[in-house]
Ligand binder design. Sequence first.
Ligand SMILES: O=C(O)c1ccccc1N[C@@H]1O[C@H](COP(=O)(O)O)[C@@H](O)[C@H]1O
Length: 202
Amino acid sequence: MIIKVCGMRDAVNIRQVESLGIDMMGLIFFPGSSRYITCPPSYLPVKAQRVGVFVNEDSATIESLARAFALNYIQLHGTESPEYCLSLREKGLKLIKAFSVSSPADLAETEKYEGLCEYFIFDTKCEGHGGSGKQFDWSILSHYRGKTPFLLSGGISPESIDDLKNFRHEQFAGIDLNSRFETAPAMKNVEKLQRFIKEFKK
Ligand SMILES: O=C(O)c1ccccc1N[C@@H]1O[C@H](COP(=O)(O)O)[C@@H](O)[C@H]1O
């Protein structure tokens, strides 16, 4: 199972969290986020894959930041169209497309993105674009019949362990952890993450 920790910014915290053996680390390039990162910290992950999170950003900015931060994946967390995804893919970028979920109808949207993304992320529908800290009803995902593997996201916390252990889906590829492990925006509680990851991997 893939473990992604998102919304990192501080070099020391990045190094500590990476040492927990996670697979992906997210950096948020959305100015509206309290986790917004503007310049490269003195340490960036080398073992965990670097994921840049963007919300309805233009392609020149995405390309430029992908180069500057040596990003492995581009996470699109807005209303980016399949055509836009294709254009980024044709530039050699690997994509993760996020979808806000509150009902089975939201999953129908994913069909247009099949074959364009390495992964989907299913997140809680909220006022903003992400980082709500709220879990959605994962049973809705039984309506997802696509072939693209997905990461489960939205308010995952230590209290989610039992739900995670009971969650089954053929395309379930991993989890995305963010605000419920923070001591302050973009600062993760390393001990809390460590305990959770140990329990999750059991
Ligand atoms: O975290 C943010 O500030 C954020 C802002 C804009 C788009 C995405 C954002 N984060 C993503 O939100 C989900 C869920 O986070 P949470 O666990 O509910 O806090 C996660 O995929 C982040 O990548």
